[in-house]
Design a protein around this ligand. Sequence first.
Ligand code: ZN
Length: 249
Amino acid sequence: MFRRHDNCTCDVSYVSEKGRQNVHTKKWTKEPRKIEYEKPTKRMRVEAQAREAEILEQKRLTYGVRRYIIKSIDVDDYKIITGGKGISQEVNDVIINTMKKCEKDGQFVISEISDKISPSNTEGTPVLQIEPMVNGLLRLNVNTEFLSGKSLAEINEVFAGTERNLAQTLEEAIVHESGHAILIKGKTAAQIEVLYKELEPLGKTVVSNIALKDGVECLAELEILRYRKTPVSKELSDFYKKYMGREYL
Ligand SMILES: [Zn+2]
């Protein structure tokens, strides 16, 4: 029930299917009240499309963040790749734990794990590789064939027996790889190419032969020495700082 105030001039009405009824006069207006919709304009269509694209992008990003983009190596991903390939638990633990420690310490993120080793121009077969992907992210390649069926001690022995490398253990081999990751993290393929060219003639004697090969390997070997907290010459620590963007020790 509506009651009209004496001096009220407002038009109190409500809309029904029958039309508009003035609650004071109870008179019905014939025409139902029109609810006006804006005619879609070209601009509105463009905006709607943009919004749709935005939603799609958001979905893609959410998916991407979960699956690829900002995600460090995790146990599940590692197991998916290496599972059922006969790698012992102790070996898996060393790989995961050391890489996680290195990621944190070196402020880089491994976004993908693969069991495909890329052809390399180094002697012998790589056990681990850090490989840049087109989008500036990093992939860790694991040579599951080599690691399969071996105990940690046996794998460590192989590293210790490889004279041209500094790494004496699987753990140190991972640290070496993390050195590669620190050097190239966040860089595009083109930037990496330029950097590698620049570093090619900059190999230095750092106890191992591969450090002599080029500056890129030298920096990765220095990463092992840093991990061991071994002091090096000022020339080497300056070299490390210049390219790795952090203090040697
Ligand atoms: Zn290397």
